[in-house]
Design a binder for this molecule. Structure first.
Ligand SMILES: *[C@@H]1O[C@H](CO)[C@@H](O)[C@H](O)[C@H]1NC(C)=O
Ligand SMILES: *[C@@H]1O[C@H](CO)[C@@H](O)[C@H](O)[C@H]1NC(C)=O
Ligand SMILES: *[C@@H]1O[C@H](CO)[C@@H](O)[C@H](O)[C@H]1NC(C)=O
Length: 218
């Protein structure tokens, strides 16, 4: 009798132990699953070129982020690919510009122009060499305006910029234009340098923009 009770007790203990073990394991694995889910979401958003905008056929998605103060470099993404980033080491203080073939979406070239101490003639020559059928993507970093001349402002305005005439000392400026373009580009933003409102003391917060650029169809 006594032995039977003890055995029954052991069986109960074993069963409940097993149940606890299984429950524990199941909870841990579902916990893990939930953690993975929780981690997966910000990861997608973090990916530099992962635009939230979905573009219809014959449109190229883009995402541009200006620099932040004189610390964090800007980025230009086009068709889900990074064209200019700190990681690619092809950005610089001033104006960062990428030229893309408006029919194929292929990158033509990238360059950056120092607007604080640089030679403005380099930018004039660069803009004069933009061929018809080109998309122009621009992101400022740190200082976009000191060397800007009326000639350069006019060249940007011919590419569809309506705000280039407002770009001043340490404003953040991002812009998508094209050659040729009939109307002003809808893709342009400025955040003014305003000591009273600046996020970073002497510099405003970074500006960010994404959208869909129509492909040039011949
Ligand atoms: C479940 O997670 C806890 C806390 O991390 C751990 O102590 C326990 O060993 C895990 N159980 C199993 C079955 O993995
Ligand atoms: C996992 O997430 C689902 C859905 O949000 C929730 O119902 C469940 O309770 C979660 N499980 C754990 C262990 O957090
Ligand atoms: C764009 O690419 C096409 C071929 O895909 C080429 O014919 C055209 O000249 C290129 N245009 C520019 C501006 O590079």
């Amino acid at each position: 009798m006594r032995i039977a009770v003890v055995i029954r007790g052991i069986v109960v203990l074993l069963v409940s132990g097993l149940t606890l073990f299984i429950a524990n394991k199941w909870m841990n694995s579902s916990e893990k699953q939930n953690n993975t889910e929780r981690l997966a979401e910000p990861k997608v958003k973090k990916s530099l070129c992962g635009a939230d905008t979905h573009c219809t056929a014959n449109h190229f998605p883009f995402k541009i982020i200006s620099g932040a103060a004189n610390i964090v470099g800007p980025s230009i993404c086009f068709n889900d690919k990074p064209l200019m980033t700190s990681v690619k080491n092809n950005i610089g203080k001033g104006l960062n510009i990428a030229l893309v073939n408006a029919s194929s979406g292929n990158l033509i070239t990238t360059d950056f122009f120092d607007m604080w101490t640089g030679n403005i003639k380099l930018l004039v020559d660069f803009l004069h060499q933009v061929k018809p059928g080109t998309i122009v993507l621009l992101a400022s970093f740190d200082e976009p305006a000191t060397k800007l001349t009326d000639e350069v402002r006019t060249l940007f305005s011919e590419l569809g910029s309506s705000l280039v005439h407002d770009v001043k000392f340490r404003d953040n400026w991002i812009f998508v234009g094209a050659k040729p373009i009939k109307e002003k580009s809808p893709f342009e933003q400025i955040l003014k340098n305003d000591r009273a409102k600046n996020k970073y003391g002497n510099w405003p917060e970074a500006v960010e923009m994404e959208g869909c650029i129509p492909r040039k169809i011949d």
